[in-house]
Design a protein around this ligand. Structure first.
Ligand SMILES: [Zn+2]
Ligand SMILES: [Zn+2]
Length: 253
């Protein structure tokens, strides 16, 4: 039994696979359709997520990433069928903007590693996707349609996934309780604000973040929109301005 992952059932066809032993506290989501399953993000890659997924579905599994950061693609190597947004294709083909040594430091950062994990063998996932995603694509897994929402800002190809039937939003690194990051050169604070406004306009009923606290209210979207807009109106929404603390979340630009 692998105790690296924690699995919670959201409904009879939807699971969250969490990694609470790593400070990133990632959440991956498995959506079971009538024909296949969709895995949104594959975690930090320290332990084998595939062995968990096959206990939760008997259908073929397609993996998608909210974006190509190491903590969202760690288990992609187990899934030959995966999709990525066009703006981050390059990052899976030798052009990821951080050196491997920096990524390795983040992988092992403040985390009790399983005995069988050897950081020397860690590699940043690289590969060729089966489908390249663009905004408003619909992923149909049989009885469930999941819309791709291009929501850049945290990264150029960041996507949220929206299931209209349930009005559920899988928000990746766009909305969560913690420090929202738009300080790397590859981020864009203004685009981040526009993306939060874009998901707010959908009025989702539930929201499922990629990090930290799982049970968050959709009202957090409004709070994050308001925070970005207040920074924008004061002329402070510019990279290099530091960390702004709004209580339940921070904005690092
Ligand atoms: Zn990220
Ligand atoms: Zn992340």
């Amino acid at each position: 039994m692998n105790d690296w992952f924690t699995i919670d059932k959201i409904d009879t066809k939807t699971y969250v696979i969490s990694e609470y032993h790593h400070p990133e506290e990632t959440h991956c989501y498995l959506l079971n359709g009538n024909e296949r399953s969709l895995l949104i993000d594959t975690g930090v890659g320290i332990s084998n997520i595939y062995d968990e997924v096959i206990n939760l579905t008997d259908k073929p599994v397609t993996a998608v990433a909210t974006h190509i950061h190491w903590d969202h693609i760690g288990g992609h190597k187990y899934f030959s069928d995966f999709y990525v947004h066009s703006a981050e294709m390059d990052w899976l083909n030798g052009k990821f903007p951080l050196p491997l040594e920096t990524v390795k430091e983040m992988v092992v950062d403040h985390c009790v590693l399983p005995d069988d994990f050897d950081i020397d063998n860690y590699e940043l996932f690289q590969g060729v996707p089966t489908i390249v995603l663009t905004d408003k694509n619909i992923i149909d897994i049989g009885g469930r349609q999941i819309e791709v929402l291009h929501t850049p800002g945290h990264s150029p190809g960041h996507c949220c996934f929206y299931e209209q039937g349930r009005r559920w939003l899988y928000s990746g690194d766009l909305i969560y309780k913690g420090c929202l990051d738009a300080f790397y050169p590859t981020t864009d604070p203004l685009a981040f604000m526009r993306s939060v406004e874009k998901v707010k306009a959908l009025s989702p009923q539930r929201i499922f973040p990629a990090h930290h606290q799982l049970n968050i209210s959709v009202s957090l979207i409004d709070e994050i929109v308001n925070a970005f807009q207040s920074l924008y109106q004061k002329g402070k929404l510019r990279q290099g301005n530091g960390v702004f603390d709004f209580g339940e979340f921070k904005i690092h630009i």
